[in-house]
Design a protein around this ligand. Sequence first.
Ligand SMILES: *[C@@H]1O[C@H](CO)[C@@H](O)[C@H](O)[C@H]1NC(C)=O
Ligand SMILES: *[C@@H]1O[C@H](CO)[C@@H](O)[C@H](O)[C@H]1NC(C)=O
Ligand SMILES: *[C@@H]1O[C@H](CO)[C@@H](O)[C@H](O)[C@H]1NC(C)=O
Ligand SMILES: *[C@@H]1O[C@H](CO)[C@@H](O)[C@H](O)[C@H]1NC(C)=O
Ligand SMILES: *[C@@H]1O[C@H](CO)[C@@H](O)[C@H](O)[C@H]1NC(C)=O
Ligand SMILES: *[C@@H]1O[C@H](CO)[C@@H](O)[C@H](O)[C@H]1NC(C)=O
Ligand SMILES: *[C@@H]1O[C@H](CO)[C@@H](O)[C@H](O)[C@H]1NC(C)=O
Ligand SMILES: *[C@@H]1O[C@H](CO)[C@@H](O)[C@H](O)[C@H]1NC(C)=O
Length: 562
Amino acid sequence: MWYLSFRVHCSFLFSLTILSLFCLVTFYTFLWPTTDLEPQENISKFPKPPVDVSFWSVLCQENICDIKATKTLKLTNHASSITRQRIDELYQLVHRAQNDQIDLSNIKKSHYLDPTWTFEKFIEQKSKNDTNDTSEHDDSSDSDSEERKKPKLSFTNEEKTINEHDKKQLRYFIHHVLAKWKQQHLNDTIINLADLMHDTLAQDDPEKLNTTWFQFMKTVNNLRVYDTHSSQFKNLFKYLQYGKITKANEMSHGTQIKILLDLPNGFQGLLKPYRVPRNYQTPSDHFYFSDIERHYAEIAAFHVDKILGFNRVPPVIGRVLNITSDIREKATHKLARTFFISPANNTCFYGHCSYYCDIEHAVCGKPGDQLEGSVQVLLPESSEIVWEEITHPYRRSYRASRKAKWELNENYCYEYIMIDEYYHNRLLLDMMDLSAFDFIIGNLDRHHMMRISSFGNNTALLHLDHGRSFGRYDDDDLSILTPIRHCCFFRYKTFARLYRVYKQGFSKLVSNSLKTHEGLQMILIDEHLIAIDRRLEIIFAHLETCIKTYTVKGVMIDDGVD
Ligand SMILES: *[C@@H]1O[C@H](CO)[C@@H](O)[C@H](O)[C@H]1NC(C)=O
Ligand SMILES: *[C@@H]1O[C@H](CO)[C@@H](O)[C@H](O)[C@H]1NC(C)=O
Ligand SMILES: *[C@@H]1O[C@H](CO)[C@@H](O)[C@H](O)[C@H]1NC(C)=O
Ligand SMILES: *[C@@H]1O[C@H](CO)[C@@H](O)[C@H](O)[C@H]1NC(C)=O
Ligand SMILES: *[C@@H]1O[C@H](CO)[C@@H](O)[C@H](O)[C@H]1NC(C)=O
Ligand SMILES: *[C@@H]1O[C@H](CO)[C@@H](O)[C@H](O)[C@H]1NC(C)=O
Ligand SMILES: *[C@@H]1O[C@H](CO)[C@@H](O)[C@H](O)[C@H]1NC(C)=O
Ligand SMILES: *[C@@H]1O[C@H](CO)[C@@H](O)[C@H](O)[C@H]1NC(C)=O
């Protein structure tokens, strides 16, 4: 019995060993060819296009799919949700509201207004609340040191945020304040730069009074920087485009290369040279603050602003220069020293600035010494023409690791803008115009707002520095519209203009304007033209959302500014 059982065991074990040996051998023979084949495959495998990479092979190829997959240029972001019909309805609503404008006395009577609420009391209450707050962490690094003194009234923690009643009253207060501002400025005379400079020039430099430049200065006023119907406007472009360059100097305070050109008849132009082709898209891993400046973006921004009827971008036109005779031979010693001949025999220079001013990012003539660039008329700055540089309250942090306050606080407009007397005038709505404009051109780089303070209190913002706009056409950065989304205020006149342009076909107007007035070809490729149409609709969609929340009359404001 015992013997029998032993034999059964043995034969079982024996067959098990045979079986496992067999398995091992088969496994090995299967395994062998694959390990043998691998080295041969390793070159052919790597450059496979992403569509052909199978799910299994992805596991062993680090990042390669990711790198290659970005090739597809799909529109990642939002076609707007608003329909043509809805935009028409919106216009009707706004138009009707504008026609039965509430005047100052009606505002006071309105049932919205709490008669016991006053701005002064509110501010007093608020500063009391704030001084009680011991946990205040000073976040002043967010703002520039040169920033003007403003009421230091910050809500520092969540519980202290403004309540709904105060918000409503504050909105009403803003309407009231701007209606009053309109009354005070109804009779304002239009002031131009020529008048402001006349006396000083007559004394110091009377010959300048007899220049085409001075004629042009007569059309630069507190409301807009040019008059499209004037002969000066047409003349100006001749000088910018063909005027003989007598001196080329670097702009001292620039992050990227900019050259100041002395032109005939008193004009000066600001040259931004060609850096990237028209279909360049900012790499998605690049921040706005390291984005390279584009000369065609400057030109396109001018035309977009003109079509929108703001006329706040000083005129720009494209120009083909001879890098040798126009720049090198006219350059200051410092600039001239950065010129060299590239291995391809083109003339190049790199200048001095903080970004892209090195031999690896040189500006080169192509071919030989031909260089394309944008030339913008330079507006004067002197003791009579004083500029005001306002830190944009919605400026970005300009750091990869930090978010700005407005990105974290949905009540930012109430807590920082509406309570600040500095904005109790046309500046508030000028800022909304600017937000709409920047969104259309895709400009994330609006760190400051500029205006000429010598014009007095009724002075428009100037739209300057758009070299970093038109960076992407496949993406709409909605964060640029944050001022409009937060504050929900907008100018009647701007709305009417946006609508008119929308009805006439925005991109068509812009592309016609470029075709007829611009010498350089194809400033905006079709993808950008499609993008600006789409973005205009998105602005209407944002305004619709505001209007749904606060009513037409709660959003739209007439501050008398055209
Ligand atoms: C495959 O790659 C290895 C190193 O990773 C290399 O030594 C080998 O030569 C490559 N095979 C072929 C066929 O190039
Ligand atoms: C001040 O604080 C009180 C109590 O915390 C709050 O009810 C009130 O809304 C605050 N007032 C302002 C103006 O922030
Ligand atoms: C602020 O502090 C004072 C006294 O320290 C107190 O009487 C007052 O109620 C406090 N106000 C608020 C809003 O907390
Ligand atoms: C504006 O002019 C009108 C008449 O010309 C006058 O009645 C009104 O008081 C003026 N307004 C201001 C703010 O000067
Ligand atoms: C301006 O220049 C023209 C000729 O260029 C001359 O005839 C005219 O007298 C000058 N006017 C003044 C005010 O200097
Ligand atoms: C540019 O200017 C240089 C120097 O005056 C001249 O030699 C060259 O031919 C010019 N190039 C073109 C394309 O006009
Ligand atoms: C550049 O010019 C030099 C001298 O004129 C010539 O020898 C060389 O071949 C040229 N290089 C190119 C890339 O055209
Ligand atoms: C501008 O407005 C401020 C207050 O809002 C006023 O004190 C000042 O006199 C005004 N300046 C001009 C030139 O109207």
